[in-house]
Design a protein around this ligand. Structure first.
Ligand SMILES: Cc1cc2nc3c(=O)[nH]c(=O)nc-3n(C[C@H](O)[C@H](O)[C@H](O)COP(=O)(O)OP(=O)(O)OC[C@H]3O[C@@H](n4cnc5c(N)ncnc54)[C@H](O)[C@@H]3O)c2cc1C
Length: 491
């Protein structure tokens, strides 16, 4: 495959897959392999800043039935082996925006490189993952199992936090944890919040009351978790936060501004033991000397001028480093509403913020597919894998139709009426405008024809240079081995 920076490339890959969790891996492998028999496969590029596996790398995600249970590594090892075998490039970068022009998609990565392709599969899960799975239960906790387990999980995390803050990473919906957190706070533990919320999609009054409730307990930061420095036992951990330039509803903004004038002297209070979160009123226009005294259950800002720790609600700046005792990722809140960190041309979402898909994993944008947790279907490894396979087939079909103006032959997965007419086999007729693209690195350049395949030379030119029979049989052999595909340049 071409990769970036090839001057002659009209586009980089037929299928661009964003997210290397089970859904993205299944989609990428399917589009690159299509089926065990003859098929002209798609070229594929996969993007994820983390190693392949997504949540599957975290110990809690197992494959199970009522009477059996297998570790996630069982399937992850196989997927990783296929990724390797088919030389599917995994670009360890985050996709920051998606654009579409002239029937091509372009992805901009966090290093500002741009990749173009004919189809996109979005498989970003509930949220981007930046932490190492080895931190699971080692300073990092998350909601799992059922609701009944929440109090004990939070207690265990707070215990591990020791004298440091228990940082809750969540969404507005994390306000549902507040009763449990108040109980933890009453035990003398400190709590702070990192809300992975860039904009306020919820009703204004809900947002302001949720914010007020969080602030009643501890500092609130708006940004996303991008790193963690683990520490020796008993020592605080430092988390790295990328702050968001928040766009809040006007009324919250005004409150935030008022409060900003109080930051330098505001102190973190012990909450009133039995205060309901809604009771916590924002103090208005309090003089600084009063604000420096803890106002019970009212103001939850602990930043002081001169501290290394940034002020909550501050303007965007380089990543912040904050000391905490432990982290609790409230995946339950992300299941209620996902955090998708990509801008630009995105398909329609449902009212919860998930990407709306049809039965083929298609979205409101032709050629744009989605699979796995970002679609808001049931969160399970097996369905993510299954939906990934469907999205992979669909993305391949779309790219194929764009290239050859006809359907790919996908029998026995999906036969099309009329595909046997004219005794056509499984491969399409390769047009003169086609450009052979070598996939992977298994081809030894032993003949002039094989050497010529590296130059992105259109078939018309190759047909004029080489014996057509030798050329055709070479191409067919490589296509059959899934070492070659054909790009067709132009819309
Ligand atoms: C706590 C917990 C326990 C679970 N336990 C089980 C279980 O026991 N059994 C079970 O079947 N299921 C379980 N699940 C559900 C299962 O883990 C998920 O349904 C599955 O992992 C979803 O796969 P995915 O590929 O959609 O998303 P993920 O696994 O979340 O992978 C998404 C990937 O996309 C990447 N990404 C995000 N944004 C970007 C971007 N902008 N650019 C590039 N890459 C990006 C992320 O880094 C991540 O690697 C559990 C889930 C949780 C949260």
């Amino acid at each position: 495959m071409s990769g970036r920076g090839t001057e002659r490339a009209y586009y980089d890959a037929d299928v661009l897959v964003i997210g290397g969790g089970p859904a993205g891996l299944a989609a990428a492998i399917r589009a690159r392999w299509v089926k065990g028999y003859r098929a002209l496969v798609s070229s594929v590029a996969l993007f994820d800043p983390s190693p392949p596996g997504g949540l599957l790398r975290w110990g809690g995600c197992v494959l199970s039935g009522p009477s059996w249970s297998e570790p996630g590594s069982l399937v992850l090892d196989r997927l990783a082996a296929d990724l390797d075998r088919f030389s599917i490039p995994l670009i360890r970068r985050e996709v920051v925006s998606i654009d579409r022009r002239d029937a091509l998609f372009s992805l901009t990565l966090d290093d500002r490189t741009v990749w173009t392709g004919r189809s996109v599969v979005l498989a970003t899960g509930f949220r981007p993952m930046r932490l190492s799975p080895s931190s699971f239960h080692n300073g990092v906790w998350m909601t799992y199992k059922g609701n009944d387990f929440l109090p004990s999980l939070l207690d265990a995390a707070a215990k591990q936090a020791g004298d440091g803050d228990l940082l809750i990473v969540g969404r507005w919906a994390s306000s549902e944890l507040l009763p449990f957190l108040f109980s933890i706070r009453r035990q003398g533990k400190k709590v702070s919040f990192l809300l992975e919320e860039e904009t306020c999609s919820e009703g204004h009054s809900e947002v302001s009351s949720a914010l007020r409730a969080f602030e009643a307990l501890g500092p609130v930061y708006f940004g996303r978790l991008i790193g963690l420095e683990t520490a020796a036992k008993g020592h605080p951990r430092r988390v790295l936060i990328e702050p968001f330039p928040r766009r809040m509803p006007r009324e919250v903004d005004a409150r935030t501004k008022r409060r900003a004038s109080q930051w330098p002297s505001a102190a973190c209070p012990a909450p009133r033991p039995d205060s309901a979160p809604e009771d916590a009123e924002a103090p208005r226009g309090r003089p600084a000397e009063h604000a420096s005294r803890p106002a019970e259950g009212r103001l939850g800002l602990s930043w002081r001028q001169g501290d290394e720790t940034p002020p909550p609600h501050a303007a965007p700046s380089p990543p912040w480093s904050i000391e905490v005792g432990a982290i609790f990722i409230d995946y339950r809140a992300f299941e209620i509403s996902p955090y998708l960190n990509i801008r630009g041309k995105l398909p329609k979402r449902d009212r919860r913020g998930f990407i709306a898909v049809d039965a083929s994993m298609g979205t409101s944008i032709p050629g744009f597919f989605a699979a796995g947790d970002i679609t808001g279907r049931y969160a399970s490894t097996l369905s993510a894998l299954g939906d990934g396979v469907v999205a992979g087939f669909s993305a391949h079909r779309h790219a194929f139709r764009m290239k050859f103006g006809e359907e790919p032959r996908l029998f026995a997965y999906r036969a099309d009426a009329g595909e046997l007419q004219g005794n056509r086999g499984d491969l399409p007729k390769l047009p003169d405008a086609g450009v052979p693209i070598v996939l992977g690195d298994r081809i030894e350049r032993t003949t002039a024809v094989l050497r010529a395949l590296d130059d992105r030379t259109p078939l018309a030119e190759l047909r004029a240079r080489f014996d057509p029979q030798e050329l055709d049989s070479t191409l067919e052999r490589l296509i059959e081995r899934k070492d070659l595909t054909i790009h067709v340049e132009g819309p």
